[in-house]
Ligand binder design. Structure first.
Ligand code: EPU
Length: 432
């Protein structure tokens, strides 16, 4: 049954909330463990559906997984059988594409792999991945539902690969594959997201030499035999950003602990320029927010945001686009939201019409949000993970009761979000 969150809005938030490990970092790192037969230990895993699904998928093909505590696993991939990969688990999860690089590195071929699933937020093709492998000399065969990739072991690999765009998972797939090739390859147009950097750190612990991680040009010198490694997943900058925007829209005094401040540079400075009272404590990895309900400052003035444009890192993340859209309903004047990356992410903003927002969708990449609007509770539906979190924020900022449906999307990436927001004073519970 599809569950829902029921939110009685209007409570200001108060207290401290701690950021969990990054889902988008944990997923490629779990995939990377396939590159060695030795044991790996991964700490600070967020307990979210996507991470559990990735661990189950690895177990399906032979991984031996032991939970050492609530967030730490030891994983050993001695005997791996890619043929056992179930079509359903691949279809369900976009991140299943991250198995391609390590399986190719280990077996030289991946046969009849189903195209990955995931959120319906846009076209999200895997052309960038497949073209990069083809450029490395692989034979790529694409069918309607399946694709196969075969990498000849005898072929001399080129020294440079240039991705077609700043694709996060395509960059990660290249890192995963090239880390097991004992020569230096230059990777151009590499994505710079914090989770790409974290994967590079883990692969380096396994024995690869990676330079330039976090920039758009990387140099990867792989090793013939990678070793087991231990790693603590970085905190999730998208989760931290979600809490930051929630505190501003709902109002209150909130401490966000274990926050990756550096990864949120532009988000924080955009909000501060818009007038938000945000204080940073880098040594304590803490963000402190003071806000009155409706994005108002302590002197009663409202924040003003004229435009938000999402871009690959270090730009404002598209994963925070919907939450910025919700905040924009509380700021003074119109806000233009421009998301050049995904063409279906405005489904969430359209739901805000049910809460009283007369927003204008200019085209599939631009929306104009009026503000300030008195949000009223409504019955709304999640279309994707990050959009779902944004609808929770809208529910917190609204008067009356909001029902957010299809919350399985949200649970793919946020751990016990209702319980953690309740600890800040929110009136939110999940239907059984
Ligand atoms: N795109 C552009 N221009 C670019 C780069 C990308 O238009 O320069 C478009 C692509 O065409 C594609 C979309 O943006 O339609 C996403 O591209 P990408 O391949 O980078 O996305 P991804 O690797 O499939 C990862 C995250 C997503 C996150 C995007 C963008 C993982 C497992 N997924 O997806 O996370 O939205 O990068 O940052 O890391 C989420 O966590 O909710 C989520 C969807």
């Amino acid at each position: 049954m599809n569950r829902a969150f029921v939110i009685h809005g209007g409570n200001e938030l108060s207290g401290a909330i701690e950021v969990r490990g990054s889902k988008n970092s944990a997923l490629p790192i779990l995939a990377a463990t396939l590159l060695t037969k030795e044991k790996c230990r991964i700490r600070n895993l967020p307990r979210v559906l996507d991470v559990m699904a990735m661990i189950e998928t690895l177990e399906q093909i032979g991984a031996k997984v032991k939970w050492l505590d609530k967030r730490t696993i030891e994983i050993e991939n001695r005997n791996i059988h890619p043929a056992n990969l179930s079509k359903d688990s691949v279809k369900k999860m976009r991140a299943s594409i991250l198995l391609l690089g390590p399986l190719l590195a280990r077996f030289g071929h991946v046969e009849k792999m189903r195209y990955p699933g995931g959120d319906k937020i846009g076209a999200r093709p895997i052309d960038t991945h497949l073209k990069a492998f083809a450029d490395l000399g692989a034979k790529v065969t694409c069918g309607r539902n399946f694709f196969s990739v075969e990498m000849s072991r005898l072929r001399k690999l080129p020294d440079t690969v240039t991705l077609q765009e700043f694709s996060v998972t395509a960059t990660e797939n290249m890192l995963l594959f090239l880390s097991s090739i004992p020569k230096t390859t230059k990777l151009n147009i590499a994505a710079c997201e914090p989770h790409v950097r974290d994967l590079a750190v883990f692969l380096s612990k396994m024995g690869a030499r990676i330079r330039g991680a976090g920039s758009s040009t990387m140099r990867i010198r792989g090793a013939k035999k990678l070793r087991g490694a231990s790693h603590k997943v970085i905190p999730d900058y998208i989760e931290a950003g979600t809490f930051l925007l929630a505190a501003l829209a709902a109002g209150g005094s909130v401490l966000i602990k274990n926050a990756p401040l550096f990864d949120l540079d532009l988000v924080i400075s955009t909000l501060q320029t818009a007038g938000a009272d945000i204080r940073l404590f880098p040594k304590k990895k803490t963000i402190e927010i003071y806000s009155l309900k409706g994005a108002r400052l302590l002197n009663g003035k409202r924040m003003v945001i004229q435009k938000i444009q999402t871009l690959p890192h270090p730009g404002i993340p598209t994963d925070l686009q919907s939450a910025f859209g919700v905040l924009a309903t509380q700021t003074r004047g119109s806000t233009l939201i421009h998301d050049p990356l995904y063409e279906k992410r405005f489904e969430t903003l359209k739901e805000l019409r049910k809460m009283g927002v007369a927003l204008k969708i200019c085209d599939s990449h631009q929306a104009l949000i009026p503000g300030p609007v008195k949000l009223r509770g409504a019955d709304v539906t999640c279309y994707d993970l990050r959009g779902g979190a944004a609808l929770i924020i809208a529910g917190l900022a609204a008067q009356g009761t909001t029902i957010v449906r299809d919350v399985e999307h949200i649970e793919r990436g946020y751990e016990d979000i209702a319980g953690r927001l309740r600890a800040l004073g929110a009136d939110i519970k999940k239907t059984t």
